[in-house]
Every structure is written in C-alpha cells, then in structure tokens.
Design a protein. Structure first.
Length: 187
C-alpha cells in the first residue's frame, strides 16, 4: 500500500522528465531527416478583416540550413534562407532582395523557429525562445515564446505541431493577428 502511494506522489515529478525525454526523441527524429518537401496551406487572420487571407505552396528543407517557402497561390513569391542569408523573390514584379539575417535579429529569430525545429536543434531554439513541449512523439506540440521583448512586440507565440518527424502545423500569434499554416508531406 505504501509503495503505491509513494509511486502516486512521484508521478507529478515524472511528468517533466517524461516530457523532456519525448522532446529529445522528437528532436532526434527531426534531425535524422536530411531533406523534405511538403505542401502547405496558410491563412492569415487579421482582426480588422472579416475573412482570412489564404495562400498555398511548397516548403523545402535541406539540412543543415536551407529552408524555402514557395507560395504558388494567389501570388508567386519565394522566401529562401541559406547560410545566414534571406532571399525574397516576387517574380511577377521582377523583385529580388537579399538580406543578411545577422542584420535582422527579429527575422532571424522567426526563421530560426522553423529552421531549428526541422534541424532538431534544441539549443538553437532555446537561444531565442522559452520552449514548452507536450504530447507523445506520435502527436506533439512545441510552444515557442520569444525571450526578447523586441521580438515579443511582433510575435507573442509560435505553436508548432507534429507527428513523429513530420511537421503538421505552424501557428504564429502576433499583434497583427494569427497565421495558421497546415503542412502535408509530399509523396
């Protein structure tokens, strides 16, 4: 009887340790994927508008740091990150701009939320965010809260959901509304 009570008393203490074990397992699984292609649908919900602004396209990840978001509808635009550089292209208007992420700390932190998650790089996530994790590795949620006040002015929280080594959603909450991205692995 006493051993059973002792086990019940220790159960709340095991919760954080089990979450850390599950987080480590998910990060290892993500890190093992060296390249992935996915499709996304995204909706930007802006408080002043009664309807969401939808878009869709493809995502490409190539380890260790190449990340590309290619919006194909309703406009054609590309955001690509590699080697600390961000490239923005809007081909229909002939626009191409390159930025050094080191010169854009807020943008670097936002990019790092996705890049570091896909890379399974928990230390990189913790450099910019308070990291909360819940769920088993088969259906997990990662909640990132920015550490820097300056970044928190633009983004209050990023919630990333996944199943095993696959990202399924990225919700970004900020002063300008909420952006909800749903991700489907490409065959």
């Amino acid at each position: 009887m006493r051993a059973g009570r002792r086990a019940l008393l220790l159960l709340p203490l095991a919760g954080p340790a089990l979450a850390q074990d599950a987080l480590a397992e998910v990060m290892r699984a993500l890190a093992a994927v060296r390249e992935r292609r996915s499709r996304f649908t995204e909706e930007k919900l802006i408080p002043e508008l009664d309807i969401g602004l939808p878009n869709e396209g493809t995502l490409l990840w190539v380890a260790p740091d190449r990340l590309e978001k290619h919006t194909t509808w309703p406009i054609d635009e590309v955001l690509a990150v590699q080697d600390g550089q961000l490239r923005y292209e809007r081909r229909d208007r002939g626009v191409q701009r390159d930025f050094a992420l080191a010169e854009q700390p807020e943008m670097a932190a936002l990019v790092e939320a996705i890049r570091a998650t896909l890379a399974g790089d928990l230390p990189a996530l913790r450099r910019h965010y308070d990291v909360a994790f819940r769920g088993p590795p088969a259906a997990w949620t990662l909640v990132l809260t920015p550490d820097a006040l300056r970044l928190r002015g633009a983004v209050q929280r990023i919630t990333i959901t996944g199943e095993g080594a696959e990202l399924r959603g990225v919700d970004t909450e900020g002063g300008g509304g909420v952006t909800r991205m749903r991700i489907t692995p490409s065959p």
